[in-house]
Design a protein around this ligand. Sequence first.
Ligand code: 9WO
Length: 248
Amino acid sequence: MYFGIVTLFPESMRAVTDQGVVGKAVKSGLVQVNTWNPRDYAADNYRTVDDRPYGGGPGMLMKVEPVVAAIDAARNAAPPGSKTVYLSPQGRPIRQEMLRSAASLPGLVMLCGRYEGVDERVIEREVDEEWSLGDFVLSGGEIAAMAVVDGVARLVPGVLGHHESAEQDSFENGWLDCPHYTRPEVYQGRKVPEVLLSGNHEKIRRWRLEQSIRRTLERRPDLLEGRTLSKEESEIVEQIRHEKLNMK
Ligand code: 9WO
């Protein structure tokens, strides 16, 4: 999997490429991360990368020529069939299935904005999709790009070991993750749920599923919209809804 990152802060990507699961995948060659700095494509003696917005107002935009030249260089180095994504709060909220389809591409080019962003015509002409981590503002797209590199890289076959495998993930089954426990058996007077000590794997599986469903109904009921549930899942959802009715 190839990542080309267009950024004024190429060193920032080391936070994701130099450690952990992604660091290992980069070292082994399963994942490649290259950076392209608009500053290297700035034509003037000052290597100017910002410019003033038409219409006035506070803030600056990224200067068009250097950012387009860096995008072009990134795309030319990326494998054919790669997609170009701009990270911004105006983008489509990222969901796990978007990362899954990105992981099936040969490469992903990501444009990290700085300042007040990028000229809209650059986004229209050079970018396939605009993605967002959520409804909040950062000071640039780099942290979002690193989140995407991390989230996509771990879906590339061979990047995770059998034990960490992505099928176990929260969201691969559509539910929030269940709670987890490790030693000690009693911590601050709070005991580990008995079922987890029972050794009954079928009971444990069902308890975990029920916990996942409870959490999802409680915290993220929106995740149920438009989903088809298995018989077991809908039975658990019904049972929980009944309990709630009886409480009132
Ligand atoms: C900066 C600014 C300065 C003065 C007045 C208004 C301003 N707006 C902005 C601004 O929104 N800057 C963005 C910074 C431009 C695009 C790149 N930046 C960014 C990306 N911030 N947050 C993200 C982001 C990306 C993905 N998911 C969540 C947030």
